[in-house]
Design a protein around this ligand. Structure first.
Ligand code: 13P
Ligand code: SF4
Length: 330
């Protein structure tokens, strides 16, 4: 039983010398092994601070495609590691805890999605990056929340499109592009949790605050937002805005970088429906810790592997996304 857990999640429980300076040890290993650490904005603050690159899922894919390091440590969730591996198949891609999954990716099993695509011939398939490699393998073009609108806009208005798996992002993109894409019925358990009632209360308490929301939130939250965007877009907006207070409806890890960029401003995490739990924190993202990051660099484990046959197909829509993004200057 113990061995099984070890095999799945990596050296998560491997004891670490209590006297070790983790930051120094991680930096030393990184140099010694020509490794690069990439972290998503939803990682704990200390992982974001030690990373070479911190960004949203588009930036992580762009960096992974370009890096000259031998090892990529992707401090994020499994699909982000898979995307990096597909783009850089000859590099070793590590994720500190392989149990770091994604409820949105899980809401779209590849066999069922492939069946849905088959049942709707003549449709272009656009998939959010929060999907497994097997879903990407039956996709025409991948998008992230940073480029979804522009990529959808790049198709003719009468193009028949299947958009998966996030119904909230899909509904939002339908509304801002005036389309009627067929939507897969998936969602993220973190972004579905935000409470309309509590955000309305916060708006009354801080009347000058701007509400920022990620498009994975339900439409009832998005209508309350002053600005809707990807994690990188929300960060940029908060740094450039004249406002000094923000109510932030996305995973609360982003507040770390927001506060770093604008130390004089106030950031309030939007509360979830159930105040007894911290469900505006992604339990998957939070599985990665400094200790696991150290162990994964030390043992070069756990490593992301993608079936080469699947990778051969999945790389096409990911590269297409990167090409369109480059053309658009994203
Ligand atoms: P971004 O593309 O904005 O980084 O979002 C990733 C994600 O997992 C949102 O839940
Ligand atoms: Fe997936 Fe939601 Fe976590 Fe993002 S916040 S990684 S969509 S479960």
């Amino acid at each position: 039983m113990k061995k099984e857990k070890w095999l799945i999640s990596g050296f998560a429980d491997e004891p670490i010398d209590a006297n070790i300076d983790l930051k120094k040890a991680i930096n030393d290993l990184k140099k010694e092994k020509n490794a690069v650490i990439m972290a998503h904005y939803y990682q704990v603050g200390e992982i974001q601070d030690i990373a070479d690159y911190v960004g949203d899922s588009l930036a992580l894919a762009q960096w992974a495609a370009k890096t000259e390091a031998d090892i990529i440590v992707l401090c994020g969730v499994h699909f982000m590691g898979e995307t990096a591996k597909i783009l850089s198949p000859n590099k070793k891609v590590l994720v500190p805890d392989l149990n770091a999954g994604c409820s949105l990716a899980d809401s779209c099993p590849a066999d069922k999605f492939a069946q849905y695509v088959k049942e709707h011939p003549g449709h272009t398939v656009i998939s959010y990056v929060n999907t497994t490699a097997a879903v990407k393998a039956v996709t025409d073009v991948v998008v992230t929340s940073t480029n979804a609108k522009q990529i959808v806009d790049s198709f003719p208005k009468d193009e028949k499109i299947i958009f998966g798996p996030d119904r909230n992002l899909g509904n939002y993109i339908n509304s801002i592009t005036n389309r009627n894409m067929l939507l897969w019925d998936g969602a993220c358990h973190v972004h579905e949790q935000f409470s309309v009632e509590k955000i309305v209360e916060l708006k009354a308490k801080y009347p000058n605050a701007a509400v920022l929301a990620h498009p994975e939130c339900k439409s009832t939250i998005l209508v309350l937002a002053d600005y809707v965007g990807s994690t990188a877009a929300l960060l940029k907006y908060s740094a450039n805005s004249d406002k000094d207070t923000f109510i932030v409806a996305t995973e609360s890890g982003i507040l770390h970088e927001m506060q770093k960029k604008s130390p004089q401003k106030t950031f309030i995490p939007a509360p979830p429906n159930d105040s007894t739990c911290a469900c505006n924190e992604c339990n998957f993202m939070r599985l990665n810790t400094m200790e696991k990051l150290y162990n994964c660099l030390k043992y070069e484990f756990p490593e992301i592997e993608v079936d080469p046959e699947i990778a051969k197909e999945a790389v096409k829509p990911i590269k297409k996304m990167l090409e369109i993004s480059e053309e658009l200057g994203l």
